[in-house]
Design a protein around this ligand. Structure first.
Ligand SMILES: NC(=O)c1ccc[n+]([C@@H]2O[C@H](COP(=O)([O-])OP(=O)(O)OC[C@H]3O[C@@H](n4cnc5c(N)ncnc54)[C@H](OP(=O)(O)O)[C@@H]3O)[C@@H](O)[C@H]2O)c1
Length: 289
């Protein structure tokens, strides 16, 4: 069993760290808001550290899942950051969704201290984290990847290396682009069905078995029709991810017009107070114009 530092006990991190502790690993957690770390220790045992460096001390693997590029920069390289506490040969695996450039920056920073850095964003949402069924897309050097993958496999259906540093984050951009347009289409379909007086649960049950089926339809169709959005993947995070993808597309010369439009629709959801609503809240713009 490994000694692990875990930073970031949000919607995703809390249950992910729980899987590591339940598997028998020696887990030390750090969370900026201390009450969440205390709640985690009460539920899973383990230890709470007072800084990212404290959580990283003596750990062979440090797992991060925080907010965005800047929060990773702060937690890894800032004063009292994980690099201050880590030993040579140890590995950081970062599940935060960030830019590919940030992943390469952290990879270089880690290399100065002989610490491996694997970018490893996840897909599968809160339910995937709770049930240990995340898809993990990785970039980085082979040896650190293999070390980390053998451990984080406990909360994944798949942990795959797609290339050098940044390749995991670039794959996540593809993932988010594939979701954005789909969610708007799903919103329009359910909206029309509701206007027509159809039983949406029945509609979803029928069409999800055909060519229109998707994870979003199966997991969000029913709650979208009920106008329930107080859970899941926050609109603020999606706008962050779409911003990363839109900038990435620009750099690569890729055309992504639907993603640009959906990004603007999410800005409208934020403007009506939906910052923490699940991304399926796009439908609210149609049902409550
Ligand atoms: N939720 C999903 O369905 C989902 C799915 C796939 C990927 N993701 C990605 O996973 C990451 C986390 O998502 P989440 O939903 O778990 O977010 P969340 O609930 O907002 O949690 C974010 C965590 O990061 C910590 N944090 C943020 N900024 C920090 C900073 N500057 N220094 C230290 N800690 C900081 C927060 O600490 P506090 O508790 O103090 O705020 C919290 O523990 C994001 O990059 C998101 O895009 C989320």
């Amino acid at each position: 069993m490994a000694k692990i530092g875990f930073i970031g006990l949000g919607v995703m991190g809390f249950p992910m760290a729980g899987h590591l502790a339940t598997a028998g690993h020696d887990v030390t957690v750090y969370n900026r808001t201390v009450s969440k770390a205390d709640a985690w220790v009460e539920q899973y045992g383990g230890t709470r550290a007072n800084s990212p460096a404290g959580a990283a001390e003596g750990a062979e693997l440090v797992v991060l899942i925080v907010g965005d590029d800047n929060s990773v920069r702060e937690v890894v390289g800032g004063r009292g950051g994980v690099l201050d506490g880590m030993s040579e040969g140890a590995v950081i695996i970062d599940h935060t969704t960030t830019s590919a450039a940030l992943a390469r920056e952290m990879h270089s920073l880690g290399a100065e201290k002989n610490v491996g850095f694997v970018d490893a964003p996840v897909s599968g949402g809160e339910a995937g984290a709770v049930n240990g069924k995340l898809t993990i897309m990785c970039g980085g050097d082979v040896e650190p990847f293999e070390k980390a993958a053998a451990i984080v496999d406990v909360y994944a259906v798949g942990v795959t290396r797609l290339g050098e540093s940044g390749a995991g984050q670039t794959t996540k951009m593809v993932n988010q682009l594939c979701i954005a347009g789909l969610l708007q289409g799903l919103s329009e379909g359910i909206h029309l069905g509701m206007k027509a007086g159809l039983d949406i649960d029945q509609v979803v049950d029928v069409i999800s078995k055909g060519a229109a089926g998707s994870w979003q339809m199966a997991n969000r169709g029913s709650t979208m029709a009920k106008g329930e959005f107080d859970f899941g993947f926050a609109v603020d995070h999606m706008r962050k991810d779409l911003g990363i993808a839109l900038r990435g597309a620009d750099e690569l010369g890729a055309s992504v017009p639907v993603a640009a439009m959906v990004d603007q629709l999410y800005a409208k959801v934020q403007a009506r107070g939906g910052n923490r609503w699940d991304t399926s809240a796009l439908i609210d713009l149609l049902t409550n114009p």
